[in-house]
Design a protein around this ligand. Structure first.
Ligand code: PMP
Length: 395
């Protein structure tokens, strides 16, 4: 019977990595995948994580199931990190989830089953898995304008107009909390206020994907947009991922946080979220969440983790600066200074699909077809080589 099954199209980014791995050129560079890399090209285990894991191995006494919504301490950690003091705890239901992706799928199932007739508005462009997850959950999607015509800035008027004129009252809107993937373009604080106002006027439900807290301007600063929205509305869903900021990619650690108008509505929503989890993966994996909770329960481990997070963030900023300067120093008038205004691991470089192709075939430099660059994949020692190659395909 499997003869009826058609081969699914390959994942475009993972396909590039396969091509990269097969490339014999010793000078090849992979700027396509979405993981942080250090100067030597490795994705390290943070020291704070290693230490927490040692403690966990010694102290763990059982592999019994967690509850459907996960560990209590972890949930409290997520609530504090995301909302600070902005929202009363009784209005927030937090569920530990297998990564940001797991959280997004639970959110999508929740909206589809509990809020019929709702459609979700997603930015163009957005992370490719967003429309895929919503489609898998049979949640209708529409798009709003996000990237400006210059491909380096936010089209705020277009975004506001689409949400104001085209979205129906009560629809949902997907927002990237910070470090927009794939463009690196975030709203300013003032932009967030205007976005929040439209959301409030149209009674839209914000679904905030928060996968890069701490990679933009810092842990607290990166939450400003989300908290600005929450000043104007009393309902929201936030999907957290700790894959990037704790470097816990393979441990699948994230959370879904639902903010309700009052404690009663919050409890009803929590019960439905738990039902969705029960029929998807039953309960979340323990290890990743336990690592986060162990780090955040210990002052010195927390300080070490914050230092390590800050080091990742500042390395990315330094690479942005170095790339811009090195391109400028080629003397051909290449101005990439817009990269300095973009946040997080990714940026839209403005390179065309043809230039991206040429970088791959002539220089073994791998970039996603849209021109999205993983800045963290650059290295200081090979910056000149990279910029020479970029300059050569642009000339
Ligand atoms: N949202 C965005 C915008 C992302 O870039 C990612 C990771 N690439 C995720 C969610 C999901 O992260 P996780 O690996 O924790 O599922």
């Amino acid at each position: 019977r499997f003869s009826v099954v058609q081969t699914a199209p390959p994942d475009s980014i993972l396909g590039l990595t396969e091509a990269f791995n097969a490339d014999p050129n010793p000078d090849k560079m992979n700027l396509s995948v979405g993981v942080y890399k250090d100067e030597s090209g490795k994705t390290p285990v943070l020291k704070s994580v290693k230490e927490a894991e040692k403690r966990l191995i010694d102290s763990e006494t059982s592999k019994g199931y967690l509850s459907i919504d996960g560990m209590v301490e972890y949930r409290e950690d997520v609530r504090r990190m995301v909302f600070g003091d902005a929202i009363a705890g009784e209005r927030v239901a937090v569920l530990q989830a297998p990564g940001g992706t797991g959280a997004l799928r639970v959110a999508a199932d929740f909206m589809r089953t509990q809020l019929p007739d709702l459609r979700i508005w997603i930015p163009t462009p957005t992370w490719a898995n967003h429309p895929a997850i919503f489609s898998a959950a049979e949640l209708p999607t529409s798009t709003y304008r996000y990237l400006g015509a210059d491909r380096t800035s936010l089209d705020l008027p277009g975004m506001l107009e689409d949400l104001r004129e085209n979205a129906a009252t009560g629809d949902a809107v997907l927002l990237h909390g910070c470090c927009h993937n794939p463009t690196g373009i975030d709203p300013s604080e003032d932009d967030w206020k205007q976005i929040a106002k439209v959301i409030a006027d149209k009674q839209l439900l914000p679904l905030i994907d928060f996968a890069y807290q701490g990679f933009g301007d810092g842990l607290e600063q990166d939450a400003v947009g989300l908290r600005t929205v929450l000043e104007q509305v009393d309902e929201a869903i936030v999907c957290t991922s700790f894959s990037k900021n704790f470097g816990l990619y393979s441990e699948r650690v994230g959370a879904i946080s639902l903010v309700a108008a009052d404690a009663g509505e919050c409890e009803a929503a929590r019960s439905q979220l738990k039902r969705i989890v029960r029929t998807n993966y039953s309960n979340p994996p323990r290890h990743g969440g336990a690592i986060v909770a162990t780090i955040l329960a210990d002052e010195s481990l927390t300080a070490l983790w914050k230092e390590e997070l800050e080091a990742m963030r500042t390395r990315i900023t330094a690479l942005r600066e170095s790339f811009v300067q090195t391109m400028e120093s080629t003397g051909k008038g290449y101005d990439f200074s817009f990269l300095l205004r973009q946040k997080g691991m990714f940026s839209f470089s403005g390179l065309t699909p043809m230039q991206v192709d040429e970088l791959k075939s002539r220089h073994s430099i791998y970039i996603v077809g849209s021109g999205r660059i993983n800045v963290a994949g650059m290295s200081e020692s090979r910056m000149q080589t990279l910029c020479d190659a970029v300059a050569s395909v642009m000339s």
